[in-house]
Every structure is written in structure tokens, then in C-alpha cells.
Design a protein around this ligand. Structure first.
Ligand SMILES: Cc1cc2nc3c(=O)[nH]c(=O)nc-3n(C[C@H](O)[C@H](O)[C@H](O)COP(=O)(O)OP(=O)(O)OC[C@H]3O[C@@H](n4cnc5c(N)ncnc54)[C@H](O)[C@@H]3O)c2cc1C
Length: 330
């Protein structure tokens, strides 16, 4: 029986594991992909938008060559942190079900075995269900729901659909490295400048505007995507006019949602948050309405890495304190 079982080895899960180790709790992290899998899936060579103080576990630990780290520097930092601290992480093992067997007793079933824990922290991010356009042709092999790298698409006709930073970054990579790039975006999303609205950040938008001036990028103010076909796409503009664009590859980058089914199965309540459905939890303890079930990270209302790292610090120290007093973390 572990004191704590953590689902997911992203920044939130790694932070929780470290705090659990320091606090003397017995714990295990189960990660279905690799350590920091979401960061691993960032575009190759991306410079992230946060500064080190928003990404590191201990002050001054992350030392990128420039002001902000690249994907590679950040990934290496997270992997090394797990290894150097000898954190108890199982990778490439997926949690399939969590059941409550008693008060503060949970059975956690993975694709490899069954574990028992007094508390379970869901730190599973929000990348499970990439949002779909739900249009004809979206299942063609040339359609991707995430952008990995530019070079396969040099001299190809690429369409990016989306209005947030991921879409902006993909468009910038493609346009500046020689793909014939079209960004299909709602006018509001292009014109939005409030960083809190999840819009394209200015340090991505400014160079995108440069690419527009150089005619390396086309902007299409979208009404809707009508159809994706082998050799072209049919788009409708904001005035309802249809256009057919020749096309080799489509990136649909319109966000993704967490899989809340395990939480709901346990009886955890959910509500509509700013970015979609979120679990209901205590704003201080991050415990849900099911005692012993905690949440942290990207699928809560705190979506950035800084909060994903900070929240487990207080959450776990409270749990460790309780364990010292009562002999039970639950
Ligand atoms: C391209 C890109 C750039 C970004 N840049 C920044 C930035 O500069 N600054 C910033 O603050 N944020 C940035 N973000 C957002 C940032 O990645 C997230 O806020 C962060 O990853 C959240 O950490 P997390 O630990 O909550 O979730 P995640 O990092 O998503 O980790 C969750 C983990 O849980 C695992 N998991 C899920 N389900 C299961 C299961 N059933 N069993 C086992 N494991 C499971 C997943 O594989 C994943 O590894 C960026 C996102 C993208 C896509």
C-alpha cells in the first residue's frame, strides 16, 4: 500500500514525486509515455515561452544557453531531475482504472499490474483528446493533430488550422523553413492580443507578420473548414465564400482535452472551467470531493508549468505532515 500513487510524469507529477520523497512518503509515479512526455512532444527545436524561474523545481537549477530554454534543454532538465533524485517513476505503463475499495484505499490498475494506495494524485495533463474539426477527410493520413518538425514539409503546401500559440508556432516553423504555408484562423484569434486569452504570443506573432510581408505565409480568415481531400482542402472564409486550396499536409491544432473518465468513475464532480470541463477541487488542498483523490496541473484551472510545479509542493507537504502525526497519509 503506497501512501501516494501519482498518475503522470509531467512537471506536476515529477514535482509531486520529489516532494513525496523529501517528505518521507511511500509513492510511485506511473507514466504512460516517457518522462515529461508532453514536453517530449513539443516541436523539435522549439524555444518555450516561459523563463527558467517558471519551469524549474529548485531556483537556479535550469540553465539554458539563452534567456528561455529550448524543448531539448527543458526535456533534458526534467529527465535529469528524475534520474539525479532517483524518483520512483515507471514509464510506458498506462493507468487504466482507479477504484475505491475502502475509505482512503484505492486499487489502481495499469496495463502491467495492480497497485494499492491511500491517496491518488491525478497529474495526467490535458493532451489525451486532441480536438477535432469533425469534417470529411479529417481521417486522411496527411492530417496531423500535432506538429513535430518542419523538414518533411519543405516545398510542400501546408495548412495549419488553429488560433492559439501552438498553431502560430507551427505556422512560423513551416513558413520560415520553406513550406508553402497557410494559417487558417478566425479573425478574432488573429487580432486578439490579451495573453490571458490563449492567443498567439507577440514574440510568435511579430515574426509571423514578417513572414506575411515576405509572402512566405498566407493568412486565411476562416469561417469553417468544409472538407479535406487527397490533393486539396475546401475552406469557407468569414464572409461565407468557398475556396479550394491545393494541399499536401494539414495540421489541426485547435487544443486538446483531458480524459476525465477515471475521475468521474470515482465519483469526482466536474464543472465547466475557463478552458472546458475541469474537476471540482478545493482551491487550497487540491483534494476533490472524494477524500484521497487529488488533482494538479494542466487539466485543472492552473494550466501553466509554474503552477503545475508549485501546487504539489503544498499539497504533498500537507500529506507528509499528516502522515508524521497519524502514521497514515490518508
Ligand atoms: C508546444 C507547447 C509549448 C508549451 N510551452 C509552455 C511554456 O513555455 N510554459 C508553460 O508554462 N507551459 C507551456 N506549455 C504547456 C505545458 O506543456 C503544460 O502546462 C504542462 O505540460 C503541464 O504539466 P502537467 O504535469 O500538468 O501535464 P503534462 O506535462 O501533460 O503531463 C501529464 C502526463 O500524464 C501522462 N498520462 C496521462 N494519462 C495517463 C494515464 N492514464 N496513465 C499514465 N500516465 C498518463 C501523460 O503521458 C503526461 O506525460 C506548452 C504546451 C505546448 C503543447
Amino acid at each position: 500500500m503506497f501512501d501516494l500513487l501519482i498518475i503522470g510524469a509531467g512537471p506536476a507529477g515529477i514535482s509531486a514525486a520529489y516532494e513525496a520523497q523529501v517528505g518521507g512518503l511511500t509513492y510511485l509515479v506511473i507514466e504512460k509515455g516517457l518522462i515529461a512526455n508532453t514536453v517530449y512532444n513539443y516541436p523539435v527545436g522549439l524555444t518555450v515561452f516561459s523563463t527558467p524561474d517558471e519551469l524549474e523545481f529548485n531556483e537556479g537549477d535550469l540553465e539554458p544557453a539563452r534567456e528561455k530554454p529550448t524543448r531539448e534543454e527543458l526535456l533534458s532538465y526534467y529527465v535529469k531531475f528524475v534520474l539525479d533524485n532517483d524518483l520512483n517513476v515507471h514509464t510506458e505503463e498506462a493507468v487504466l482504472a482507479v477504484e475505491q475499495t475502502n475509505d482512503h484505499e484505492f486499487k489502481v490498475t495499469t496495463d502491467k499490474r495492480v497497485y494499492e494506495a491511500e491517496n491518488v494524485l491525478f497529474a495526467m495533463g490535458a493532451m489525451d483528446y486532441p480536438r477535432k474539426l469533425n469534417v470529411k477527410g479529417e481521417d486522411l493520413p496527411k492530417v496531423y493533430d500535432h506538429f513535430r518538425e518542419t523538414y518533411p514539409w519543405v516545398k510542400k503546401k501546408a495548412l495549419i488550422v488553429g488560433g492559439g500559440n501552438s498553431a502560430g508556432e507551427a505556422a512560423l516553423f513551416l513558413a520560415s523553413e520553406g513550406a508553402e504555408t497557410t494559417l487558417a484562423i478566425f479573425r478574432n484569434d488573429w487580432e486578439e492580443t490579451d495573453p490571458k486569452q490563449g492567443c498567439i504570443k507577440y514574440w510568435v506573432k511579430d515574426p509571423l507578420e514578417e513572414q506575411l510581408k515576405k509572402r512566405c505565409l498566407n493568412l486565411f480568415f476562416l469561417g469553417k473548414v468544409i472538407e479535406i481531400r487527397e490533393d486539396d482542402v475546401v475552406l469557407e472564409d468569414e464572409d461565407g465564400n468557398r475556396q479550394v486550396l491545393e494541399n499536401d499536409v494539414v495540421f489541426v491544432l485547435i487544443g486538446s482535452d483531458a480524459d476525465l473518465s477515471m475521475l468521474k468513475g470515482l465519483g469526482v464532480k466536474t464543472e465547466e472551467g475557463k478552458y472546458g470541463e475541469v474537476p471540482v477541487y478545493d482551491g487550497e488542498t487540491f483534494e476533490t470531493n472524494v477524500p484521497g483523490i487529488y488533482v494538479a496541473g494542466h487539466f485543472t484551472n492552473h494550466r501553466h508549468i509554474k503552477a503545475a510545479i508549485e501546487v504539489p509542493k503544498s499539497l504533498i507537504s500537507r500529506m507528509a505532515e499528516k502522515s508524521k502525526k497519524t502514521g497514515r497519509a490518508g
